[in-house]
Design a protein around this ligand. Structure first.
Ligand SMILES: Cc1cc2nc3c(=O)[nH]c(=O)nc-3n(C[C@H](O)[C@H](O)[C@H](O)COP(=O)(O)OP(=O)(O)OC[C@H]3O[C@@H](n4cnc5c(N)ncnc54)[C@H](O)[C@@H]3O)c2cc1C
Length: 597
């Protein structure tokens, strides 16, 4: 069992050298925030998440959260104390609006801190993640009274938030939900219905839980156009802000799951005794639109889980590979037995993990920075570009990083051999925990549809075309910097991406079965290419610093990692092109009743 140590050198390199966090201090919103103190903030966060949060990960897995007879939920031992320290230290607040008690830092900085929280304990991290989602929704769409009533304690983390979309018949198809909301004489609504799979829907970490619930008013149109958003708190708040009577919400059960055992996934019954009191956010029937405004941040946070848990698995696998003695090297068959890290196949697995993790980190950080620019740049054109990049990168961050989270945690087990399959080592927990990330917050299949639909059609494909040209410009820089071994595979990947992009646009993207059939392989091509591009940028920065006389093993490793990625991982893009452009014919060639064979 090993604890998680945040990879501070790599995080700082990605923040400063690849996505240029310092450029954000030029934006008026962040002028005063003190980005020059970023290093000490990250150092302190690293200490906190390593010492306070990481040790709760294993206990959380073994004990899990449990439902009591009275419908309350108890968290595993140590969670309440660790969460209280998290709140006291103010980690959850750093990137929110100072007007409501936030620290005012860029979202990018918040994401780096959240990476550490998530790697330290993914199950616990879901609580602040859902709270942050609620804060975004209320900040964007709540009225002033609601903001003052709910935001300050959500921002500190004294209260937690949840998101209530899913019902048994309404999963990916949110428009099928039936929870009812009826207007009362006092302007509040009575909410009745059942929500399932609600993450941290009930627990003992905070004194109140602010549920954001999607429901339908009686005359609402069918589908997503008839959905409204409501604040439905566990406890009603009195006029003086104190906690009042308990609302009509009951946790009926919590799910038994493959992973994230400490995160209670609840079936919530709203209104068993006449209706839960709810307060509408914004206007009736606009709930789905409101959800969309916070989706980018929520999906990025889930993508981050892929990176964070893969990184923790990598750290553990690396420790094991350095210690486990087994076999001899091919060139010394009669020599001493060696640590398994000396075997080429184990090196391949470790390098695959390392290269993808560093690529994911750059992608997630770039995505977070684009959110900051979209919201805070004073220039409208820059804001538009920020929005476009955010919209394009979000499905990639969500799906590519969580698919890789699954694959890399599996490699982490493989490196352990049999010990990986044995629960005591803890390698299996990472694999089990991350499995959900490709499913919730819009399955990865739905993300791929979003990519070939809404995203590919942005400016009739020009947003994608421009990004591919930018990647080619980086390839030219690589040639000039004598990094041809990275340049050529990157150019090849861009060529195949261009071919796939034009084919999908011609086929009508998500509006045809052919386009939809290519969506998932296209997303993989895209993620792999963007990952290669960002590692190439890392290599260029490292080379520049080395040429300036600042040589170090860390910088050399940056170039080696990008070279490995270019040689061994990037060529997958070419391999995926045929699947992307094959169309749907072979998917439907066999009738469903014949699929059993
Ligand atoms: C642990 C956990 C925590 C969760 N937390 C929350 C939460 O806090 N709040 C909340 O509201 N929900 C939550 N969910 C619900 C989660 O968001 C849904 O499970 C998810 O959206 C998928 O819905 P579903 O399970 O009904 O699957 P389905 O929608 O039935 O999908 C099944 C499969 O069909 C595919 N599919 C479905 N429709 C299409 C389509 N149109 N085109 C192509 N493929 C399609 C999917 O990609 C998937 O592979 C959670 C779920 C779990 C398991």
């Amino acid at each position: 069992m090993s604890e998680y140590s945040p990879p501070l050198d790599d995080m700082k390199f990605a923040l400063k050298e690849v996505v240029n966090v310092n450029s954000l201090s030029e934006l008026p919103a962040f002028n005063e925030v003190g980005l020059e103190a970023l290093d000490s903030l990250l150092d302190e966060a690293s200490r906190f998440f390593n010492e306070v949060i990481s040790p709760t990960n294993r206990t959380g897995d073994l004990e899990g959260s449990s439902l009591n007879d009275d419908g309350s939920v108890s968290t595993p031992s140590g969670f309440r104390e660790a969460y209280a320290q998290y709140v006291d230290a103010g980690w959850g607040a750093i990137s929110f609006d100072p007007e409501y008690g936030g620290g005012g830092f860029p979202w990018l900085v918040g994401i780096a801190v959240t990476e550490m929280l998530t790697a330290a304990n993914m199950a616990l991290s879901l609580n602040p993640m859902l709270t942050q989602g609620s804060i975004h929704a209320l900040t964007a769409h709540g009225d002033q009274e609601q903001k003052l009533a709910w935001l300050p304690k959500l921002i500190t983390g004294e209260w937690a938030g949840t998101m209530n979309l899913t019902e048994p018949q309404a999963g990916s198809d949110v428009g099928a939900l039936t929870t009812k909301a009826e207007l009362q004489d006092d302007g509040t609504y009575k909410i009745t219905g059942q929500k399932i799979y609600i993450t941290w829907g009930e627990h003992d970490l905070t004194e109140n839980i602010v549920h954001l619930v999607l429901a339908r008013t009686p005359d609402a149109p069918p589908g997503t156009k008839g959905i409204s958003l409501f604040i439905v708190p566990k406890f009603i708040i009195n006029d003086d802000g104190s906690i009042g009577e308990e609302n009509d919400i009951k946790c009926l059960s919590i799910e038994h799951k493959l992973g994230i055992h400490a995160s209670p996934t609840c079936v919530l019954q709203f209104g068993d005794n006449g209706g839960a009191t709810g307060y509408i956010v914004g206007e009736e029937n606009s709930g789905m639109r409101y959800m969309f405004t916070m989706m980018n941040q929520a999906r990025l946070a889930v993508g981050l889980e892929g990176l964070a848990v893969a990184d923790r698995a990598y750290q553990q696998a690396l420790d094991y590979a350095l210690e486990r003695m087994q076999g001899r090297r091919a060139d010394t068959p009669k020599g001493e037995s060696v640590p398994i890290i000396d075997h080429p196949d184990v090196r391949r697995m470790l390098m695959t993990m390392k290269a993808y993790i560093e690529a994911m980190r750059c992608m997630i950080y770039l995505n977070a920075k684009s959110i900051d620019i979209a919201h805070h740049h004073p220039d409208e054109d820059e804001r538009t570009r920020g929005h476009e990049l955010t919209d394009l990168l979000t499905p990639l961050s969500k799906s590519w990083c969580t698919d890789l989270g699954n694959e890399l945690t599996s490699l982490g087990i493989q490196i352990h051999g049999g010990m990986g399959f044995v629960e005591e080592t803890g390698a299996a927990q990472h694999y089990r925990d991350i499995r959900i990330a490709g499913i919730y917050e819009g399955t990865n299949g739905i993300q791929a549809i979003d990519l070939v639909g809404r995203k590919l059609s942005m400016r009739k494909g020009d947003v994608v075309r421009e990004l591919l040209l930018e990647i080619n410009e980086t390839a030219s820089e690589l040639h000039s910097a004598n990094l041809k071994g990275i340049a050529r595979p990157l150019e090849d990947a861009v060529k195949d991406m261009q071919a796939a992009t034009e084919w999908l646009i011609e086929k009508g993207g998500a509006s045809t079965d052919d386009g939809l059939a290519g969506a998932t392989p296209y997303l993989r091509m895209f993620g792999t290419t963007v990952g290669g591009w960002l590692l190439a940028k890392s290599a260029l920065q490292a080379k520049k610093q080395i040429d300036e006389g600042n040589d170090s093993e860390f910088l050399q490793a940056k170039i080696e990692t990008a070279t490995f990625y270019a040689e061994q991982l990037l060529p997958q893009v070419s391999g995926l092109l045929p699947a992307t452009v094959s169309g749907a014919q072979s998917l439907y060639a066999i009738k469903p009743e014949r699929l059993r064979g």
